[in-house]
Design a protein around this ligand. Structure first.
Ligand code: EPZ
Length: 424
């Protein structure tokens, strides 16, 4: 499992380079199953979720080579539509194997991702989409079985909720469906667009990704044989921006697409955090003339404020002047880190999906546990801003989505060490 030992109150200073988007890559790698020729994906982050996906691809028979941040996938040897290995249920993003195998073989049998610490995680919209493409689909006994003996047929699909996963999954499956598929009420996140760009580069015909309506004209097969660079991870970038503000530091977050972070930069500016945006960097600094102040945030689908930055922002709001509120608009249960933050000296009251945060708190080091990936990052930020020593346990959650997290923080001047806690 491992833990971080952190001595706080050291302002972060310097430059940090952001890696590829985890939530794009966990879809792009399975989507490479559709390719008739090997594809190379660049800017792949070295995080444990990606290791699991590559492991699943190899078990399906794909040849995968991972060198530095490039992964080459030759999916030609794959001859099974069954992905029911135990590991697959450990990963939420494994649902993308349903869309990819269905698109390639017209059949898929994939272990279902379980629930997680964010509350119930239904996949009814994914299943509805596959059914409307003509696949008989069931989800029982821990796995999804989808079968389209006559092949997938394009259709008009209207999602009842805006879902990143369902939008991407149905888009992947529809690439090789016969005729036109029109998906409405789509998610517009940058990684939806990135997956569409990857599929188009491989030979798909997708229009409208990044808007509410995506149209996919089916093609017989995707040629592949391409090299594709994944977009930067806007959540990793946002996490470092918030960490810089929380420690009163000065950090330039490099190799990013600043537009993807507009909702965060707007909030930080409102709170009197110094923000300077350049073409592919954002600098965060403390203003000499004014203290950071409270704000109101509601998380929502892109381009709204991302739920994946909500916990990190709660930490920051505990330190600024005034009373803030954060309303969680996406997940039913995403405040599980709050008790630990309060034990570090924060003053947060959660009522249903709303957190009331009394600011200007002096945080003190404590022993805490990560309940999930982003909450783990929020607790690390709290420890960095705290007086004294903290121990953050269960950092395997952080390893799912942040590559070299502690190394990057150490380069910025943090006093953070990874300790193997198996002997404890
Ligand atoms: C993706 O999850 C991300 N994960 C999540 O990031 C992120 O929090 C989420 O999108 C929202 O931005 C990956 O990309 C692997 P959704 P996803 O389908 O696709 C409801 C992280 O920390 N819903 O957009 O699973 C659902 O309950 C992770 O990196 C249905 O009702 O999320 C939720 O309330 C955590 N039926 C809302 O929609 C469905 O079929 C949004 O979920 C699907 C979703």
């Amino acid at each position: 499992m491992g833990k971080f030992v952190i001595y706080g109150e050291k302002p972060l200073k310097g430059n940090v380079s952001i890696g590829g988007s985890k939530n794009a890559v966990v879809a792009i790698l399975p989507a490479a199953l559709l390719a008739e020729n090997p594809c190379t994906i660049d800017n792949v982050p070295d995080v444990s979720d990606v290791h699991i996906i590559i492991d699943i691809l190899r078990k399906l028979g794909a040849i995968c080579e991972w060198k530095n941040d490039s992964v080459t996938i030759d999916a030609r040897p794959v001859n099974t539509y069954v992905a029911t290995d135990n590991n697959i249920g450990a990963l939420r993003g494994s649902y993308y194997f349903v869309g990819a195998l269905l698109g390639r073989f017209g059949r898929a049998e994939v272990s279902l991702p379980g629930g997680c610490n964010l509350g119930a995680r239904p996949i009814d919209q994914h299943l509805k989409g596959f059914k409307q493409l003509g696949a008989d689909t069931t989800a029982d006994y821990g796995k999804v079985v989808a079968n389209a003996p006559d092949g997938l047929m394009g259709n008009k699909i209207f999602f009842d909720v805006v879902s990143v996963g369902a939008t991407i999954n149905v888009m992947i499956a529809a690439c090789t469906a016969e005729g036109l598929t029109q998906i409405e009420n789509c998610a517009k996140e940058p990684h939806v667009v990135d997956v569409a760009n990857f599929l188009n580069a491989m030979g798909a015909n997708i229009k409208g990704a990044g808007t509410d309506v995506i149209k996919i004209r089916g093609v017989r097969a995707l040629k592949g044989g391409i090299r594709y660079t994944v977009i930067p991870d806007q959540i990793e970038a946002g996490t470092f921006m918030i960490a810089a503000a929380a420690t009163g530091g000065e950090v330039t977050v490099c190799n990013i697409i600043p537009r993807h972070l507009d909702s965060l930069t707007a909030k930080l500016k409102e709170m009197n955090v110094g923000v300077e945006t350049e073409e592919d960097n954002i600098k965060i600094y403390s203003k000499d003339d004014s203290r950071m102040c409270a704000t109101k945030i509601k998380t929502m689908p892109y381009p709204g404020f991302p739920t994946d930055l909500q916990p990190q922002m709660t930490t920051l709001l505990s330190l600024v002047d005034g009373e803030s509120t954060i309303t969680e608009g996406v997940w039913e249960s995403r405040f599980q880190y709050v008790d630990d933050l309060n034990r570090m000296g924060a003053s947060i009251n959660v009522n249903n999906k709303v957190a009331m945060i009394s600011g200007n708190r002096k945080l003190r080091g404590a022993t805490v546990r990560c309940p999930d990936l982003r909450a783990g990052a929020a607790l690390v930020i709290a420890a960095l801003a705290s007086e004294g020593r903290s121990e953050v346990y269960d950092i395997n959650y952080i390893d799912r989505g942040y590559a070299d997290f502690e190394k990057k923080l150490r380069n910025l001047g943090a006093d953070i060490t990874r300790v193997d806690d198996r002997a404890e």
